[in-house]
Design a protein around this ligand. Sequence first.
Ligand SMILES: *Cc1c(COP(=O)(O)O)cnc(C)c1O
Length: 376
Amino acid sequence: MLLLSGPNMGGNELKYVSECIETGWVSSVGAYVDKFEKLSAEFTGTKYAVATSSGTTALHTCLVMLGVNANDYVIAPNITFIATCNSIKYTGAGLILMDADEQNWQMDLNLLEEFLENETEQKKGACHLKKDGKRIPVIMPVHVLGNMCDMDRLMALAQKHNLVVLEDSTEALGSYYKGKHAGSFGIMGTFSYNGNKIITTGGGGMIITNDEPLAKKAKHLTTQAKSDPFEYIHDEIGYNYRLVNVAAAMGVAQMEQLPGFLKRKKEIIEFYKNELNGIGDITWQEVSNDVNPNWWLPTLKTSKQREVLKLLNDAKMQSRPFWVPMNQLRMFKDELYYHKTNRSDFIYNHCLSIPCSTNISQAQLKAVADKIKEAY
Ligand SMILES: *Cc1c(COP(=O)(O)O)cnc(C)c1O
């Protein structure tokens, strides 16, 4: 099976992991955790980075720190991976799901603006939903597939309506808007190192921020909120959300290769575009000139989505439909969904992601493109 987006362990992974095993530094503290955090802060141009056990736990930690609770709503896109919404629901807050932009598949900012202007009001410097008076403290944009929306406009809207921006930038390591790294726009940003992401630690995550108290608090909360180096004194209910040193060792080796991975992802999308542009009704996610995306998962839009998916998967070339929109999942069917024409559903029914591991060969890329052409 040719994987959709598999791990590429071609660097110092084995060397660094072996070192952890040989020295016994495999668990919750160790030099690689510190090093991975430092490299992540440097790479993204933020002051602080705190490693976590996953992207989901990174998001949950951020929401807890922002005080989100059961009396609140959080605005999130309707097209995203489930972890965005799960992390919000862990706090008890309700979802306000925003439909997607037809072209770039990110949260639709026209719709967002209309929603904020018409459906919300300011009370004591905080945004509230008019309908039931509940607070909306946070908006969580997701940089879907490593692409980004008009961040200037999003940040201005958030500021005008007193919303704190927490970026689900888990798919966007190596993506930039006007030269500024994804995850560094909001109060905090997050990354995921799950097996199919652009770099992987098997499983893991990261919080980035320029805010020192938040960074300290994140470290504290994700390590059981222990407040004394000797005694088991814990000053609040914390979490065991830390990344272990042996995983961080992989992370350091992966960070060393990240520039090469990004270069390869660009070659892959360019290859596919050259091969497939003009074939049937195939189009791609629109990327604005202000965005330099990481091209994590090449995803095409076509009315023959189901045929292409079947052809590829039957040929053992792993390809996937887009996520089922959040409002269609049984747990979230009663959450608020703001839309006009339900574009999420259209995108879900027309898009598919195609094989793009950074270690895929040119011959394999060509075989995937040829297989897709068969559908037309
Ligand atoms: C991968 C991902 C996450 C976090 O995933 P983990 O598997 O918990 O690391 C969160 N949000 C989005 C949009 C993702 O793609």
